[in-house]
Design a protein around this ligand. Structure first.
Ligand SMILES: Cc1cc2nc3c(=O)[nH]c(=O)nc-3n(C[C@H](O)[C@H](O)[C@H](O)COP(=O)(O)OP(=O)(O)OC[C@H]3O[C@@H](n4cnc5c(N)ncnc54)[C@H](O)[C@@H]3O)c2cc1C
Length: 434
């Protein structure tokens, strides 16, 4: 980027700093994934001095690296609900099932499952789904405003997303109770919306079209946002592991890292799947469990149009088309903090992707595994931690790209001492402390 194009913080500033004391405050943000980066940007845009601490050598090295790319504004729902429990029970004995519970030393695992079962009761689930939807809708214009004001080149495709049905019986069931503001399409209508699906070998009975959903590259967004933020004065400490926060008189005064002590007035924890073990060092127990997922990225072969912006609803795999890359992502293993790639999972994902985009079958796609930070009820954990000066932007689970900008805006407003635009009921840590 040449210097004439370099955006200033003021370019994306919502308001100028109102209070000069705000401009003197130093905030550390732990983690340079989507949650940490956008929080850092919003805080710096309001005049705060911000340092981002990231253990990897670059931004978006973990869960924000190669996710499905879906901005599931309309279709995104909490994963653990009555339907998921039914599916887990009925597919439990199938070898290649979507969700697997593998043996792993996960402290708090059984408490988490018990809380998830309670959250899956119909009334509780409806409430969590409403909160999820509210945050996703709040987030979307913020995400697009960042793309626009900072000229982020992230391959946004915002003409809606297709949820594809393979079997007639599943499609018939969907037709009986179509989701609000969606459109049911038969096979031909589906192919009109996404002609590249004509080459698919997977059976296609029809689709449910979500006009408000979109796809874009989360990694490209994070990478470019980190560059814009660094150019605008945010300090990035890479290869730097946050070890603990230091308190004085019960308040945050510094963060201890592998590269020394960093004094700060406030600290935002945005450590993704590592947030729960980090916080437990300070006797803060947050029910967040890592849920491993997988993705496949294959180059788009010239001459063979690749389909994009769709979901294989019966296999729970999402697909997107991102700057020369065909991406498939899905599956869920409760396997502790291990990020390995079991061959049966990559084989399975490869086979499904090849059914929708046949050139993938003969290629050597890149596989990737990472951990979703799951709360038992679905929404993330945002805001005050209970320790003065320590803030949380964690537990974004399967919807962190969709909700990252909104979550960051809410947390930044709280750090700034402002009333957030959204009612925070149901997004804080307090909901787990009853
Ligand atoms: C297979 C898969 C597909 C997905 N698809 C979608 C999708 O289509 N749409 C969607 O909305 N969401 C999707 N998600 C979810 C989304 O990717 C995540 O919710 C989001 O990336 C989480 O962002 P984060 O910033 O909270 O965490 P992360 O991106 O993991 O960032 C946390 C950062 O903290 C750093 N860190 C950890 N510990 C330390 C430490 N001690 N010190 C310093 N740094 C540390 C890590 O290196 C990491 O960079 C998907 C997830 C997976 C796994």
């Amino acid at each position: 980027m040449d210097s004439s194009q370099a955006p200033t913080i003021a370019a994306a500033r919502r308001v100028w700093p109102r209070d000069i004391s705000v401009a003197m405050k130093h905030v550390t943000v732990l983690g340079a994934g989507i949650a940490g980066l956008v929080t850092a940007w919003y805080l710096a845009a309001e005049g705060l001095e911000v340092t981002v601490i990231e253990r990897a050598p670059e931004a978006a090295a973990e869960t924000s690296h190669a996710n499905g790319g879906h901005l599931s504004t309309q279709s995104g729902v909490p994963w653990i609900g009555p339907q998921a429990i039914r599916e887990l029970l009925t597919t439990g004995l199938r070898r290649e099932r979507v969700v697997r519970v593998l043996h792993a030393p996960d402290p708090g695992r059984w408490h988490w499952f018990a809380a998830a079962l309670l959250a899956a009761r119909p009334a509780a689930y409806r409430l969590a789904a409403e909160r999820t939807s509210r945050l996703s809708h709040y987030s979307r214009p913020l995400t697009e405003a960042l793309m626009d004001t900072l000229a982020l080149n992230v391959g946004l495709e915002n003409q809606g997303v297709l949820a594809l049905y393979r079997s007639r019986s599943a499609f018939r069931r969907a037709c009986r109770k179509p989701p609000a503001a969606s459109l049911l399409l038969n096979r031909n209508e589906t192919l009109e919306r996404e002609p590249a699906l004509a080459a698919a070998t997977a059976p296609l009975a029809g689709a449910c079209f979500y006009p408000a959903d979109a796809t874009a590259d989360c990694h490209a967004f994070c990478e470019q946002l980190s560059q814009r933020a660094a150019a605008a004065g945010v300090r990035f400490l890479y290869d730097c592991e946050a070890q603990r926060v230091e308190l004085s008189a019960g308040r945050v005064v510094a963060v201890t890292t592998s590269r020394g002590r960093i004094a700060c007035a406030d600290c935002v924890v945005a450590l993704g799947a590592e947030a729960a073990p980090f916080l437990s060092r300070h006797a803060l127990h947050v029910p967040i469990l890592p849920l491993r997922g997988y993705s496949l990225s294959a180059p788009i072969v010239s001459g063979a149009p690749a389909p994009g912006r769709f979901v294989d609803i019966e296999r729970h795999v999402v697909f997107s088309r991102l700057a020369g890359v065909f991406r498939a992502a899905g599956m869920a293993d409760f396997a502790g903090h291990q990020r390995n790639l079991p061959p049966d999972r990559t084989r399975h994902l490869h086979a499904i992707a090849g059914e929708w985009y046949p050139p993938v079958k003969s290629g050597q796609p890149k596989f990737w595994a990472c951990l979703r930070a799951m709360t038992p009820d679905g929404p993330p954990v945002l805001g005050a931690s209970g320790i003065p000066g320590l803030w949380l932007n964690i537990g974004l689970g399967p919807l962190g790209w969709t909700q990252g900008a909104g979550s960051a805006r809410l947390v930044a407003d709280l750090v700034l001492g402002r009333k957030p635009d959204l009612d925070m009921q149901g997004y804080g840590i307090a909901r787990f402390r009853r």
